[in-house]
Design a protein around this ligand. Structure first.
Ligand code: FAD
Length: 499
């Protein structure tokens, strides 16, 4: 029989170091889920501030907010959010090409073969209708339209001000009992015996002790790297962009429900419309473009009055080798960063927070939990990495040293298999619950220029007239649904104002 008197104490004190999007997303979710079984203290420094970027998100954030019981209209008002249906990629396949990576699905799959097989077969038979005609989210995005549809038929995410999102979550978390401490962390104190982090010491002299620490200190990674030296896997040979500048401008016209990612000769630029302003930025590889030239290019491209000073950022694409090490879990930029091309950073925060809550220790931290967490988190990051590398590697662009380097690079084997499988057979498989599903891979692979050489024979089973009926039914449904949607800007104004 267990002797309850010698049990170790419960894990109670959770300390969150850092109050950016990562810190407040973690603190709010833990406090709401765990209630008073834990004490959450968050330390942040206004003098240091946050990274100050992060506007484009992906659909799982809708679920995250629902999990936390957040009212959507209230959240959208508080964060000045718009709806997002996808990303338009201009200039990626060739300098004058354009394609959409939208949310949702395209057409209708058969259990044996994805919709692309039917489309490819029809195309070989002379049908010239574009693949895009079969995706509701894509055509709605292009038309600048949006509405919630019954049965969550339209799949969407948000374009938001992440500093306002952090502030919104802060109010919620403090309401749920999270204690916020203002101050600069001066030292991380290690336990002499275990090597775990014992406490944070602030410049003021205050000491904050804890059982579990979340490192949400951004690129500084004060605990996980500064104190525990968890190591970093450098992926810059696959994702060479290492610099960015962000600037905000006044809106010109109503906001569109999509993010724009425009390639240039040494990287790309973003444009993200929110309710109250537009976020703009340039991302580039410093080997091929100077900071001054990048700034000039960005400022030459923005439309609308400039509202902020340019925010300069440098980063190294990669992942913290151990995201959970001893009693420290890295969340957000402290855990790694892979540039904002597919808006995956806030999502990785969400994944880490949910994963941690699922593995929350009762008393001691189990090395099994730590190993499981690290495996799962790294798998997420590697799958996202492969998807990002695809955009750079599969291209006809050879017009600059940057693009020639990207085309020539050796890609991870996992990605090589996906590209070659799709090129040869038209097939793509979503492995291990990876974030980007078949529709995303197909859209981006075809958008970047892959034309599969074959398709599933089941597509040829339909007689010509049957195939045409099948395809025209899908197309008409998309077209008539889009025709019935309101303009996105009007819908946002009504939704946020009326609720
Ligand atoms: P930060 O915002 O840097 O927060 C760190 C916190 O730690 C701050 O509160 C700071 O005060 C505190 N801190 C640090 N040191 C100390 C100390 N010594 N004492 C006390 N406190 C300290 N993500 C997306 O999902 N979509 C996007 O479109 C997107 N675009 C991006 C564009 C760029 C160019 C970059 C660089 C990132 C982008 N991201 C995007 C990523 C996104 O910005 C981050 O994932 C998100 O903001 C989370 O940041 P964070 O909380 O980890 O770090």
């Amino acid at each position: 029989m267990t002797d309850h008197r010698i049990r170790r104490p419960l894990l109670r004190r959770i300390v969150v170091a850092g109050g950016g999007t990562a810190g407040w997303m973690a603190a709010a979710a833990i406090a709401r889920t765990m209630g008073r079984t834990v004490e959450v203290t968050l330390v942040e420094s206004e003098a240091i501030g946050t990274v100050g970027v992060g506007e484009s998100t992906i659909p799982p954030l809708v679920t995250y907010n629902r999990l936390l019981g957040i009212d959507e209209a209230e959240f959208m008002r508080a964060t000045q959010a718009t709806f997002k249906l996808g990303i338009r990629f201009d200039g990626w396949k060739t300098p004058d090409s354009s394609y959409f990576h939208s949310f949702g699905t395209t057409g209708k799959d058969h259990w044996s073969a994805g919709f692309q097989h039917f489309w490819l077969h029809a195309r070989a038979e002379g049908d010239t209708r574009p693949y895009d005609d079969y995706c509701l989210e894509l055509r709605a995005a292009e038309a600048g339209k949006f509405a919630h549809l019954p049965g969550d038929r339209i799949n969407y995410a948000y374009q938001l001000d992440s500093s306002l999102y952090a502030a919104f979550l802060r109010r919620m978390a403090e309401g749920d009992g999270v204690r916020r401490v203002e101050g600069k962390i001066a030292a991380v104190e290690l336990d002499g015996e275990s090597g775990d982090v014992a406490a944070l010491t602030l410049e003021s002299g205050a000491r904050i002790a804890g059982d579990l620490f979340l490192d949400c200190t951004g690129f500084r990674a004060l605990l996980i790297e500064g104190a525990l030296h968890a190591g970093y896997d450098d992926w810059t040979h696959w994702l060479p962009c290492d610099s960015a500048i962000a600037v905000q401008t006044a809106n010109v016209g109503p906001p569109v429900p999509f993010t724009r990612a425009t390639a240039h000769d040494a990287g790309w630029q973003w444009r993200i419309p929110l309710q109250h302003r537009t976020g703009n930025g340039i991302v580039w590889c410093s080997r091929y473009l100077s900071r001054e030239a990048a700034l000039a290019r960005l400022m030459g491209d923005v439309v609308g009055d400039v509202l902020t000073q340019p925010n300069h950022l440098s980063f190294k694409a990669g992942a913290r080798r151990r995201q959970w090490h001893r009693n420290v879990v890295a969340i957000g930029l402290a855990g790694g960063f892979m540039e904002p091309l597919e808006s995956t950073s806030i999502h990785l925060i969400q994944r880490a927070v949910i994963r941690l809550i699922r593995m929350m220790p009762l008393r001691d931290i189990s090395p099994r939990d730590v190993a499981e967490f690290n495996d799962q988190q790294m798998q997420d990051m590697e799958q996202i990495r492969d998807f990002l590398v695809l955009h750079y590697h599969v291209t006809y662009r050879r017009d600059s040293p940057f693009w020639r380097q990207c085309a020539a690079m050796d890609v991870p084997d996992t990605l090589r298999q996906k590209i070659e499988l799709f090129s040869e057979t038209g097939r793509v498989f979503r492995r291990n619950e990876e974030l980007f599903a078949e529709n995303s891979w197909v859209q981006v692979m075809m958008g970047q220029g892959i034309v599969p050489r074959a398709w599933h024979p089941v597509a040829a089973k339909l007689r010509e007239a049957e195939l045409e009926r099948f395809l025209s039914g899908l197309r008409d449904d998309v077209a008539s649904t889009v025709a019935g949607l309101p303009a996105h800007g009007d819908y946002v104004a009504h939704y946020c104002g009326a609720a």
